[in-house]
Design a protein around this ligand. Structure first.
Ligand SMILES: C[S@@+](CC[C@H](N)C(=O)[O-])C[C@H]1O[C@@H](n2cnc3c(N)ncnc32)[C@H](O)[C@@H]1O
Length: 238
């Protein structure tokens, strides 16, 4: 996946300039995680946590490092980011594992050396939109089977507006990149446009909720960015 294995520096620059509103999304995620997991008085055992498309954990790492998790497993298809993720969680007081793998394959128990145990907490940020719609359906059904009842799944991602076609979404997001992501040089902007035109398949934000319910997830929107694209759902395994 070009942008993430060959051009991670471009993605870092996007994050550093907050072009995809990572800061606001991370603040919401950090608050929810501390509330759900950090509060010892809930009496719940520490969660076995799996992060699908974890990237380098540059933003969420500092929060995760201080949460009372039972374990953390970061799965990413790009091998080059995993040592960075590992470093972000250095010193955390729970076992950590970083695995090169596909998130759909993980949900279906097809990642090599996976013990198949269910997760108590799932995280995924800006990764599931790389699946086609039929794969998303497969993924959410399989991820539900791999989650304990009541397990939260914090899902941050890109979404299309209700009934917006993929072509319209690509056109408006490409315009946004070309016109406003000016800290990137023109070649980097075109790398991003190439990536989003060929590899991104954001879900329709209205249609996805029906699919989630059918797959066994309760859902609520917990954050929406300013560009009718970035948004976060808090799911719970029904
Ligand atoms: C946009 S980055 C997001 C990284 C990080 N979660 C964040 O929010 O900054 C997308 C990440 O998902 C990974 N990814 C994309 N498709 C994937 C898949 N099918 N399975 C596992 N990882 C995937 C990429 O390699 C990349 O590290």
């Amino acid at each position: 996946m070009d942008l993430f294995d060959r051009h991670w520096a471009t993605y870092r620059s996007i994050v550093d300039h907050d072009y995809m509103e990572h800061r606001a999304a991370t603040a919401v995620a950090a608050h929810l995680l501390r509330e759900r997991v950090g509060a010892h008085e809930t009496g719940a055992p520490p969660p076995r946590t799996v992060d699908l498309g974890c990237g380098d954990l540059a933003l969420l790492g500092p929060t995760l490092r201080h949460l009372p998790l039972s374990s953390y497993e970061g799965i990413d298809i790009a091998a080059n980011v995993l040592p960075l993720a590992e470093r972000s969680l250095e010193g955390a007081p729970y076992p950590r594992r970083f695995v090169v793998g596909d998130l759909l394959a993980w949900a279906e128990g097809k990642v090599p050396d996976d013990d198949g145990r269910p997760a108590d907490l799932l995280l995924s940020s800006f990764a599931v939109h790389h699946l086609h719609d039929d794969e998303k359906e497969q993924f959410f059904r399989a991820a539900r089977r791999r989650s304990t009842r009541g397990a939260p799944f914090l899902w941050n991602d890109l979404f299309r507006e209700p009934a917006e076609s993929l072509a319209s979404y690509v056109a408006r997001y490409s315009r946004r990149v070309r016109e406003t992501w000016t800290a990137l040089d023109p070649e980097e902007r075109e790398q991003v446009v190439e990536h989003l035109s060929t590899l991104d398949h954001p879900a329709d934000r209205e249609a996805i909720t029906g699919l989630l319910e059918a797959a066994g997830w309760r859902w609520q929107w917990v954050w929406r960015g300013h560009h009718s694209a970035e948004a976060m759902l808090l799911l719970e395994a029904a």
